[in-house]
Design a protein around this ligand. Structure first.
Ligand code: IPE
Ligand code: IPE
Ligand code: MG
Ligand code: MG
Ligand code: MG
Length: 289
């Protein structure tokens, strides 16, 4: 994988999030801004922005122009993590190597920081430098993937499935919503920003569905075989959850990660210059972070 391109993508989104987002000098609600920025700028792999940028590039677009779309997905992802860590949800103390948002700012502020990140994400889409029809389509894609049919819906099913046995299909359905949907939004927004074809939009969605599944299976595996310091979040906390590991065991999970990654990579045939995305996909199969 081109590490240079990877670094360029990460540097660009880090700089954009830090310098161009949530910058207000004369507003009094400073603690809210601080709390939003605390989680947004806490690092993380920035995978979803990378997907936006690289799908845009693979479609022949100017990837830097897609920064507002990339920022919007990362803001929604960050809000989902802030809320996911709350005592009423997963009750986690560490995230991205730092105390969770509510540990620093309190629960009420963490809820509100999440709310504001979700809201301002759509301002990014509205103000991006694209034709109105492109921006409206972006709103449609991101809201569908983030909301009750997407990530939020998946979180609800995940929560309701605790402490009871789920079928394999149920677990796949939950994960494809709670994690797959935002990855799907990222890849599709990249194609949209790059002016890709309808076929490319469909293939990006299929790629993301398989990659998202592989990604969440690996996330579940890391709860068992991972290292908290390296991951920046606690391990061994999914004991009452319907994880892939609980259903299949580590060995089968390894095989499933490889299989879904292969199926994801197969969807990339309609993109020229897809080497970076292929290599990134394979590198995620044995990630430790
Ligand atoms: C963690 O996502 C939550 C899941 C959806 C599995 P990431 O592993 O992408 O978290 P960051 O952004 O790198 O912190
Ligand atoms: C979280 O899944 C997915 C979302 C935040 C939507 P997890 O609960 O497995 O994520 P981690 O393990 O806390 O990062
Ligand atoms: Mg959770
Ligand atoms: Mg969690
Ligand atoms: Mg997890």
């Amino acid at each position: 994988m081109s590490n240079n391109l990877m670094k360029e993508y990460i540097d660009f989104i880090e700089n954009y999030l830090d310098q161009k987002c949530i910058q207000y000098d004369s507003e009094p609600q400073k603690t809210l801004f601080e709390s939003m920025r605390y989680s947004l700028l806490a690092g993380g792999k920035r995978l979803r922005p990378i997907f936006v940028f690289d799908f845009c590039r693979m479609c022949g677009g100017d990837w830097k122009k897609a920064a507002p779309f990339a920022a919007a997905v990362e803001m929604i992802h960050t809000y989902s993590l802030i809320h996911d860590d709350l005592p009423c949800m997963d009750n986690d103390d560490y995230r991205r190597g730092m105390p969770t948002n509510h540990k620093v700012y309190g629960e009420a502020m963490a809820v509100l920081a999440g709310d504001a990140l979700l809201t301002t994400a759509f301002m990014q889409l509205a103000l991006a430098d694209f034709a109105p029809d492109v921006r409206i389509k972006a709103v449609e894609i991101l809201s569908a993937c983030a909301g009750e049919l997407g990530m939020v819906g998946g979180q609800v099913l995940d929560m309701q499935s605790e402490d009871r046995a789920c079928t394999e299909q149920e677990v796949i359905d939950i994960q494809s919503r709670k994690t797959g949907a935002l990855i799907r939004a990222a890849c599709m927004l990249g194609v949209l920003a790059g002016g890709g074809s309808t076929k490319q939009l469909g293939n990006a969605a299929d790629f993301a569905s398989h990659l998202g599944l592989a990604f969440q299976i690996r996330d579940d595996m890391l709860d068992v075989i991972g290292n908290a310091e390296e991951l920046g979040k606690a391990v061994g906390v999914d004991t009452n959850k319907n994880t892939f590991v609980r259903i299949y065991g580590i060995k089968v999970c390894n095989k499933l990660v490889s299989e879904h990654t292969e199926r994801a990579v197969d969807c990339l045939h309609c993109f020229t210059d897809n080497t970076f995305m292929k290599e990134l996909s394979y590198s995620l199969t044995n990630r430790t972070v």
